[in-house]
Write a protein that binds this ligand. Structure first.
Ligand code: GLU
Length: 274
């Protein structure tokens, strides 16, 4: 059976958008659960407990044990070590303002936006890659090493060449200074560890897929298939966010909605009911 996953971050209440993501994962295979809690400054045990409650209320289940990213730092470190040993990473000490300023320099043209914000202009690319992997500093992947990438989206073949990657994505951060890993690295290592065949997630993350496919190639991991689904929006067309407590599953539940009615409504329309 196809293995899919639902990978929420325990940084707030699950809202209808999360419910839709979990339903899509469960519709397409055996849904595994992964708690994406690398941001330990924002993750809370009570939000993790609420995730299990909300998913059970929706009638979903998943194999145990649940993977928790905060327990997987050694696996992320090992992947970074392999990339570092091949000279594919470099330390970067730029902060957001440095990046904006360098990207806005007149010779650069208008700053390009990539999946992680402004495309990094490569300021630190010349930093030393010798010696053991440095800690306490951000590490970026040197995208110069990348060739053609291929993957499938809903069964259709997709691709990106290295030059397009460098221009539109740049050198992604694989280890954040404060975390020792990043979303991109953790998701790739864990999708492989959970043997995920089909990654289902919101279309807001589609832009990150070339980064993930590139990392799978460099780390010798299989590339799963991808399916990016539509997002749940409010009546004004704005996508739901964690701070939209009014659209949390718990508040629909408190207002008397049954799980069946909410699921039926979601399948019909991705506009959140009032
Ligand atoms: N943790 C991410 C989120 O909460 C999902 C990551 C993924 O599906 O790749 O939106």
């Amino acid at each position: 059976m196809t293995r899919t996953r639902f990978a929420p971050s325990p940084t707030g209440p699950l809202h209808l958008g999360h419910a839709w993501a979990a339903l899509v994962a469960a519709d397409h295979g055996r849904m595994l659960l992964r708690i994406e809690d690398i941001d330990q400054a924002r993750a809370r045990p009570e939000w993790e407990a609420a995730i299990y409650d909300d998913l059970r209320w929706l009638g979903l289940d998943w194999p145990e044990p649940v993977m928790r990213q905060s327990e997987r730092m050694a696996a992320y470190g090992a992947a970074l070590d392999r990339l570092w040993a091949r000279g594919l990473l470099y330390p970067c000490s730029c902060n957001r303002r440095d990046i904006l300023q360098a990207a806005a320099a007149p010779q650069e043209g208008a700053p390009l936006l990539g999946p992680d914000g402004v495309v990094y202009p490569g300021t630190c690319r010349g930093a030393s890659r010798a010696g053991p992997r440095p800690a306490g500093v951000a590490l970026r992947l040197d995208a110069a090493a990348l060739g053609n990438l291929r993957w499938t989206e809903r069964g259709a073949s997709r691709g990106m060449d290295g030059a397009t990657f460098r221009r539109t994505i740049g050198d992604p951060v694989l280890a954040r200074r404060d975390m020792g890993t990043s979303y991109h690295l953790a998701v790739v290592v864990d999708d492989a560890a959970q043997a995920i065949d089909l990654v289902t997630r919101g279309e807001d993350l589609a832009e990150a897929t070339p980064i993930h496919v590139a990392l799978q190639g460099l780390l010798g991991l299989p590339t799963p298939d991808y399916l990016h689904h539509d997002l749940v929006r409010d009546a004004a067309g704005k996508r739901l966010a964690k701070r939209d407590d009014a659209r949390s599953l718990a508040s629909y539940r408190a207002a008397g909605w049954t799980a069946d009615a909410l699921i039926a409504r979601l399948r019909e329309s991705r506009i959140a009911p009032d």
